[in-house]
Design a protein around this ligand. Structure first.
Ligand SMILES: Cc1cc2nc3c(=O)[nH]c(=O)nc-3n(C[C@H](O)[C@H](O)[C@H](O)COP(=O)(O)OP(=O)(O)OC[C@H]3O[C@@H](n4cnc5c(N)ncnc54)[C@H](O)[C@@H]3O)c2cc1C
Length: 323
C-alpha cells in the first residue's frame, strides 16, 4: 500500500532552493497527521552534502541520485531518476515546487507515474486519509479542493506560501542509481540573470511598476526603493509589452506567480490577469492616482496620488528608518 509523504527537492549552483524547505515543512505536517515518514528525492551532481540540510526541516530519508548527467537540469534525466525511485518506494503523496523547474518536471513526471496532479496549490490538508489540495481557480476568483484517485497523489506547491518550520530529524541518506540511459537532451548554454538580481518569483518584497511608470526611465525610482528594501522589481504586462522591462519581471497570468510578504504596486490598474499573479501576496500596497482603480479592491493599503511624488517620499522615509 502506498505510504509516506515525499518531496522533490530543488537545488541550483550548489545550494538547496528555499522552496525545498517549504515543501519539506508542508510534507512534515501532513506526515505527522498520517503517522508516516517524509522522504525527499535530491538529484544532481555533487549534491550528497546537501542532504543533511533537508533533515533540519523534518525529512526522515533523503534519496540521493548523484550523477554528472543530472547537472545541469534536464527534464528527461530528472524525470527518469525521480520516477524510478518513486516507483520503487510507492509513496502516497508527492510534492514538487510550483517553480519554473518544478512545473517543468511535474508535467513529465505525472505522465511517467500515470497519476493525477493538482498544480500551483496554496494549501494542502488530509481529508478522510487522502490528500486534499487547495488551489486558486479562474485567476484567483475562487478556490478548488482537489482529491486525486491515484497514487502517488501529486501536487505542486506555490513558492513563498507554505511556512518553513525547523524540525530536526536524523535524516538517513539513501543513494540510488538514477537509471539513466543515453541522454536525449543536451544543454547547450545556460543564460543566467545578471549577478545580484533578485528573481521576482523568489522575492520576499516586490516593488512593481505598470504603465503608470510612463517609460523605462521611470523605473529608476522603483529600483532605488527596491535596493533599500532588498526587493525585486516587477512589472505589469503593459510595461513588458512596451519593452520597458524584461519578460522575466512580468507578474501575472502569463508572467510569474509571486507570493511575497509585501507587494508594492505602482501605476498598475489591477487587471484580473495581473491579480492572478500576485493576489496571494501577504500585504499589498497600491499607489495609483485613480481612486477607482481595481487594484484598491485587493490592496491592504492604498495611496491615491501621483506615484512620482509618493515613491520618492517613501524612499526618503525608508532611508531615515535605515539610517
Ligand atoms: C490573455 C491575457 C493575459 C494577460 N496576462 C497578463 C499578465 O500576466 N500580467 C499583467 O500584468 N497583465 C496581463 N494581461 C494584461 C492585462 O489585461 C492589463 O492590460 C495589464 O495588466 C495592464 O497593465 P497596467 O496596469 O500596467 O496598465 P493600465 O491598465 O493602463 O494601468 C495603468 C495605471 O496606472 C495609473 N497611473 C498612471 N499614471 C500614474 C501616476 N503618475 N501615478 C499613479 N498612478 C498612475 C492609472 O491610473 C492606471 O490605473 C493579460 C491580458 C490577457 C488578455
Amino acid at each position: 500500500m502506498a505510504k509516506g509523504v515525499w518531496i522533490v527537492a530543488e537545488q541550483r549552483d550548489g545550494a538547496l532552493r528555499k522552496v525545498s524547505f517549504e515543501l519539506a515543512s508542508a510534507a512534515r505536517k501532513l506526515a505527522d497527521q498520517l503517522g508516516e515518514e517524509v522522504g525527499a528525492v535530491l538529484c544532481g551532481s555533487g549534491v550528497e552534502a546537501m542532504a543533511a540540510e533537508l533533515a533540519k526541516y523534518g525529512v526522515d530519508k533523503v534519496y540521493v541520485a548523484d550523477n554528472a548527467a543530472l547537472e545541469p537540469y534536464t527534464t528527461d534525466a530528472h524525470a527518469t531518476a525521480v520516477a524510478k525511485i518513486v516507483k520503487e518506494n510507492d509513496p502516497a503523496i508527492l510534492f514538487l515546487g510550483a517553480s519554473a523547474q518544478g512545473k517543468d518536471l511535474s508535467a513529465s513526471l505525472v505522465g511517467k507515474l500515470a497519476t493525477g496532479m493538482a498544480t500551483d496549490c496554496t494549501d494542502v490538508k488530509i481529508a478522510d486519509g487522502k490528500l486534499c489540495a487547495i488551489r486558486p481557480m479562474y485567476a484567483g476568483k475562487c478556490f478548488g479542493e482537489i482529491v486525486i484517485d491515484a497514487f502517488p497523489q501529486m501536487a505542486s506547491l506555490r513558492p513563498n506560501v507554505f511556512p518553513i518550520v525547523e524540525c530536526a530529524k536524523a535524516g538517513a541518506v539513501v543513494k540510488f542509481d538514477a537509471g539513466l540511459g543515453e541522454a536525449k537532451t543536451k544543454v547547450a548554454e545556460v543564460l543566467k540573470e545578471a549577478a545580484g538580481k533578485i528573481d521576482v518569483a523568489e522575492a520576499n518584497v516586490i516593488v512593481s511598476g505598470g504603465r503608470g511608470m510612463k517609460g523605462p526611465e521611470g523605473y529608476a525610482i522603483l529600483e532605488e526603493l527596491a535596493g533599500l528594501l532588498g526587493a525585486a522589481v516587477g512589472a505589469s504586462r503593459a510595461a513588458v509589452d512596451a519593452g520597458w522591462r524584461p519578460q522575466a519581471d512580468q507578474v501575472g497570468q502569463t508572467g510569474k506567480v509571486v507570493s511575497p510578504n509585501l507587494y508594492i504596486a505602482c501605476g498598475i490598474s489591477g487587471a484580473i490577469q495581473h491579480l492572478a499573479g500576485m493576489s496571494s501576496s501577504k500585504y499589498i500596497v497600491a499607489i495609483n492616482k485613480d481612486a477607482e482603480a481595481p487594484i484598491f479592491a485587493r490592496a491592504d493599503y492604498g495611496i491615491v496620488d501621483d506615484l512620482f511624488k509618493v515613491v520618492p517620499a517613501l524612499t526618503q522615509e525608508v532611508k531615515k528608518l535605515l539610517a
